[in-house]
Write a protein that binds this ligand. Structure first.
Ligand code: MBD
Ligand code: FE
Length: 282
């Protein structure tokens, strides 16, 4: 038996009461947004004949997500992070702030307070002898192509097992997380290890939601960046190591063509030296 009650004056009045429309205090914006959100959900319950069992199972799942601190992990999986970026891209396009490296999502695994270095940093703690050495070099430039000396380059990424320090108890504090202050030419260099893609923990509440949608929780290998300098817009972005099977199948929808980077093997020590890829190791 199905019933439809949403479009009755009782329900419409009830929603206004619940959203605080009859109260003096509080925030008008909060009232408007909660009113819209509840209206959409009440209507959904009516349209899909959501049962009390289904409703309480969902409440339970949300409690699990909260207990595991996974709302920030489910969020990119449901496309919110990328959608917010699409909106920011549209804002920038409107203001004619175009060109430059595209933004992409921050993700839930940034940790503030990483060690700071000038020009060069070694990012790995040296404990992972099996991983391949990776050099990251670049130059921070403004939209006119001019270098930005002293720009702050924050870099963080996973290890070869896809784990991030702070969240992965097997890693040392701030492993694979550094802040590099760009040199007089806006350049930075880092020595690190090649990361693997990340996977949502199996059996976790986020995994349960993705499984219910027939989806996976894998990300391709990537390296996160924050780039900032006084008087410039903050950039949150990533680079993707090209050739990963998940490049265009990222559960977090963060890949952008312009951010794909082809790693290149440097086997010749003379070339490494010529390109500044040797020490000082800190
Ligand atoms: C990650 O490493 C990440 O970057 C995102 C967006 C989500 C989960 C793990
Ligand atoms: Fe990540």
């Amino acid at each position: 038996m199905t019933v439809k009650i949403f479009d009755t004056p009782e329900v419409h009045d009830f929603l206004k009461t619940v959203a605080g429309f009859e109260q003096e205090g509080g925030s008008d914006r909060a009232k408007q947004i909660v009113h819209r959100l509840l209206s959409d959900l009440y209507r959904l319950i009516d349209d899909f004949d959501v049962t009390p069992e289904e409703f309480w199972a969902t409440v339970s799942l949300m409690n699990e997500l909260g207990k595991a601190s996974q709302f920030g992990l489910l969020s990119p999986g449901l496309g919110f992070d990328h959608y917010l970026d699409m909106r920011m891209d549209a804002v920038d396009a409107e203001a004619e702030r175009t060109g430059g490296t595209p933004r992409t999502i921050e993700g839930p695994l940034y940790v503030a307070g990483a060690p700071e270095a000038e020009g060069f940093a070694r990012m790995d703690d040296g404990s992972d002898a099996d991983s391949e050495v990776m050099w990251l070099t670049g130059q921070v430039r403004n939209l006119d192509g001019e270098p930005v000396p002293g720009a702050r380059v924050e870099i963080w990424h996973a290890n070869a097992k896809g784990g991030y320090s702070h969240f992965d108890p097997s890693q040392s504090e701030y492993n694979l997380r550094r802040t590099i202050i760009a040199d007089d030419e806006g350049r930075y260099r880092a020595r690190s290890i090649i990361p693997s893609g990340y996977g949502v923990p199996a059996g976790s509440p986020t995994d349960k939601v993705l499984k219910a949608l027939g989806r996976h929780g894998q990300r391709p290998a990537h390296i996160h960046y924050f780039i900032s300098a006084p008087g410039h817009q903050h950039l949150t972005t990533q680079i993707n190591l090209a050739g990963d099977p998940y490049t265009w199948d990222d559960f977090a929808f963060a890949t952008r063509e312009e951010l794909l980077v082809d790693g290149r093997a440097v086997n010749d020590s003379a070339e490494a030296e010529a390109r500044g890829l040797e020490g000082p190791f800190t």
